[in-house]
Ligand binder design. Structure first.
Ligand code: NAD
Length: 304
């Protein structure tokens, strides 16, 4: 049986460590880390993400500030709010919740955030630093994946790692981080011709696609370490017996459930370690965002 990698526990450990550091920062420098979030529009998922980020801030003793703008906000109005956060001394991390309404240029907005406060790690300066292996801000989800592997004592160096998915938010930065840790990395995407050939070669398999059970039992080798980033919400209209093979009781209670990109039940006996969905990578993202904000506050306080 595979070792279950408990993201909830690891993220709680990280949050407890952050809490201690926040107390120390306030004691020594009188500084409380501050996160400023800009939310444009009424996207329900975005609202949930923003409120869980704010809750995370409260948990660890950060200042949390949010600017909520209407769906009709102009690009200039959003840029103005970023400028205000860039100049605020009590705000050390800024994030703009994505997606943005179509009248707003995402690239312009992300590039307006000061790279020194870019705790999401999406600014080209921070992406460049990741490539150059310089100290900067790394996107939270891939940073959380590496943190989990390290805290679980899983060797990365020298191993064959396959990254399925090549998004800017997860796949590409995760592939770079694995490479920076000296894994031999293969990146697969929608145009990859023989996905199975690459997943079968993996000693560490990270999957971030958003397709339920894309990865099947015959696509992985014995002893593989599996990190399942996918979050797929299964509602009544999608609830086939196959998809609900291991989350049926949750579905029966709630009328919907979450599953990953990996056929967990069938693959778990073959793997040496695996993350569940939910309770795997998901909780790590907020913990790492908070860690990035703390890092920024420490740099501002000249403690780093
Ligand atoms: P995305 O839609 O931006 O990218 C999907 C990627 O999958 C693309 O690179 C695409 O080329 C690849 N892909 C699509 N079909 C494929 C196939 N058949 N074979 C191989 N590759 C294929 O998605 P994203 O933002 O990277 O998110 C991916 C998943 O991870 C989603 O389910 C999302 O909800 C989840 N996610 C979770 C967290 C978290 O746990 N905190 C954070 C971010 C994203």
């Amino acid at each position: 049986m595979a070792k279950l990698i408990n993201g909830t526990k690891i993220s709680n450990d990280i949050k407890n460590e952050i809490k201690e550091e926040v107390k120390e920062l306030e004691r020594i420098k009188g500084i409380k880390p501050g996160l400023g979030v800009i939310l444009v529009g009424e996207n329900p998922a975005s609202k949930v993400y923003v409120s869980s980020k704010q809750k995370g801030c409260e948990e660890v003793g950060f200042l949390s500030d949010a600017i909520k703008m209407p769906e009709t906000a102009t690009e200039a109005e959003v840029l103005k709010q970023i400028e205000i956060y860039n100049n605020r001394k009590d705000i050390h991390g800024i994030l703009v919740q994505l997606p943005l309404p179509s009248q707003i240029d995402k690239i312009k907005v992300l590039e307006a955030i000061s790279p020194l406060k870019d705790v999401d790690g999406f600014h080209p300066v921070n992406i460049g630093k990741l490539v150059a292996q310089e100290d900067g801000f790394v996107p939270a989800t891939p940073a959380g994946i590496i943190e989990m592997l390290k805290r679980e004592g899983i060797t990365i160096k020298g191993r064959n790692a396959t990254m399925v998915g090549h998004s800017e938010i997860v796949g590409k930065p995760c592939a770079l981080l694995l490479l920076n840790e000296w894994a031999t990395v293969t990146v697969c995407h929608i145009e990859t011709r023989d996905l199975k050939m690459h997943t079968l070669n993996a000693e560490i398999l990270v999957v971030a696609v958003g397709k339920p059970y894309l990865i099947k039992e015959d696509m992985v080798k014995d002893g593989v370490v599996i990190i399942d980033v996918g979050i797929n919400r299964i509602t009544t209209d999608k609830a086939s017996p196959e998809l609900l093979s291991w989350r049926k009781s949750d579905f029966d209670v709630k009328g919907a459930t979450l599953i990953g990109d990996v056929d967990f039940q069938k693959i778990e006996p073959k793997a040496s370690a695996i993350t569940p969905v939910p309770g795997g990578v998901g909780p790590m993202t907020i913990a790492m965002l908070l860690k990035n904000t703390l890092k920024s506050a420490k740099i501002f306080a000249q403690l780093k």
